[in-house]
Design a binder for this molecule. Structure first.
Ligand SMILES: Cc1ncc(COP(=O)(O)O)c(C=O)c1O
Length: 451
């Protein structure tokens, strides 16, 4: 008899308990990352997003982005007296993301007129922008000089063009040179930029970079502010950075000793890698800061002054924040493989076909009956495989998948190939999801065309 009131009370509070246990959208994304996508509550949360906004859908976790900024600052700020962080817009150009990083105090590193426009629309002032490209058009030079952005000059030819533009505008152009340090950071060939045969930068080798500074120093209309390098992307070891920093600090000393040049900044680029696989070990910001600190301090002591250290990561801030939701159209068994055909393809996420990049895939709300499958895209190309030979819980038509770590070089590399409109993007903050880009339409696909 005495059990009765207790059971009644349990019955009454059980729904409330269950509700309290429902994860927020942020918690659901964390759970997916932690391989708990099979959990019914987690699946429900993300199925709700897919229902509200359609698929394919890019979902970004704001808390992850803020956490990455915090981690980088925590590692570097105590060790480097003068530190400036920039965000490389090419990783994800959505103004909501760029604005979020700006609100964390980051500057903007851009590579085109479009990205300059993106930085301005996100609230950046011209002088907060660093413009890097190995092939800048006259219109790009004109805009960057007018805005007071730092032009990261890539050739002697460009230096002459920048000067002509500055004199035409009766301005001083703020410049740095992109230096090619000749360092191999051991990453994917296509994103390896610091090796000698790369198209980027003025080589330190043979004194080419030195001669550029010598010339620029004496040029009216040119204000030399810094030196820059970027040795590649998705770098997971500290060694390449250490070699580069040593070369760059040696160059800083050489510029001071031989030309009397004191630079305002030394930009060591971006490139910090993130783990794309479960259990993958990559260098942490702490590892990198600890490696660079003694090299920097030694360089500063040798040069006799301290420039500001600039870093300009893209992927590190936003890569892990992105989850691409895609729906299963069909499952097909062939004599050799099982294909899970989804409603996203290399038009949505290009990294797998472009770099043979690996992205984790999770099936939402399923945890049983593992099968080895290829996740195939909906583009009519044989190579359109988003993930190969993955052992995943059995999925069927209508199920939702999420592809992890798609916040960087995901949407920003997407296209309308096969006349498929661009996907929508939402930004998750706690339990709210804000649409930060509407899904594209057929009107968008055929805009500016004529019959
Ligand atoms: C000059 C420059 N800076 C920064 C970046 C950002 O690289 P990541 O996203 O790997 O940090 C890139 C990427 O290609 C780049 O070319």
């Amino acid at each position: 008899m005495s059990m009765r009131p207790l059971s009644l009370a349990l019955l009454l509070i059980a729904p409330a308990l269950l509700q309290a246990a429902a994860p927020t959208l942020h918690e659901a994304l964390v759970a997916v990352r932690e391989d708990r996508a099979g959990d019914a509550g987690v699946a429900r949360a993300l199925q709700g997003l897919a229902k509200a906004h359609g698929t394919p859908l890019y979902v970004y976790d704001q808390a992850h982005i803020r956490g990455q900024v915090k981690a980088l600052k925590a590692a570097f700020a105590p060790r480097f007296q003068r530190l400036r962080l920039l965000y490389a817009l090419k990783a994800n150009t959505n103004p909501a993301i760029v604005g979020l990083l700006r609100s964390e105090g980051l500057g903007a590193e851009v590579v085109s007129l479009g990205e300059i426009e993106g930085a301005l629309r996100s609230g950046h002032a011209g002088p907060e922008i660093m413009f890097t490209s190995s092939s800048k058009s006259p219109a790009e030079l004109r805009r960057a000089v007018a805005l007071g952005a730092v032009l990261n000059v890539d050739s002697m030819d460009e230096l002459g063009q920048v000067q002509a533009e500055a004199l035409r505008q009766k301005k001083e152009a703020r410049i740095s040179f992109r230096v090619n340090p000749g360092v191999d950071p051991h990453t994917i060939h296509q994103i390896n930029t610091g090796i000698a045969e790369s198209k980027f930068g003025l080589h330190l080798q043979d004194g080419i970079a030195f001669r550029a500074y010598e010339k620029a120093k004496a040029m009216p209309g040119i204000r030399v502010e810094g030196v820059h390098c970027h040795i590649g992307s998705q770098i997971t070891e500290t060694e390449g950075y250490a070699l580069t920093a040593r070369k760059m600090m040696g160059f800083v000393k050489e510029l001071k000793d031989r030309l009397g040049l004191r630079l305002a900044f030394v930009d060591l680029g971006g490139g910090l890698g993130i783990p794309y696989k479960d259990g993958q070990e990559v260098m942490s910001p702490e590892d990198l800061a600890r490696t660079l600190e003694p090299i920097w301090k030694e360089g500063v002591a040798a040069a006799g002054y301290e420039p500001t250290l600039w870093l300009e990561p893209g992927r590190f801030f936003v890569g892990g924040a992105g989850f691409l939701l895609a729906r299963v159209n069909t499952v097909k068994q062939t004599p050799v493989k099982t294909f899970v055909n989804v409603d996203a393809g290399f038009n949505t996420l290009m990294r797998p076909i472009l770099y043979q990049a690996y992205h984790r895939v999770r099936v939402l709300g399923r945890s049983a009956d593992p099968v080895t499958v290829d996740i195939a895209g909906d583009v009519c190309e044989t190579g359109d495989i988003l993930a190969e030979a993955r052992t995943l819980p059995r999925a069927s038509a209508g199920d939702l998948l999420t592809i992890l770590d798609t916040g960087a070089y995901g949407f920003s590399m997407a296209s309308e190939y096969n006349s498929r409109p661009m996907p929508a993007e939402v930004l998750v903050d706690g339990d709210t999801a804000r649409v930060i880009r509407r899904r594209g339409s057929f009107g968008d696909v055929f805009r500016n065309t004529a019959r």
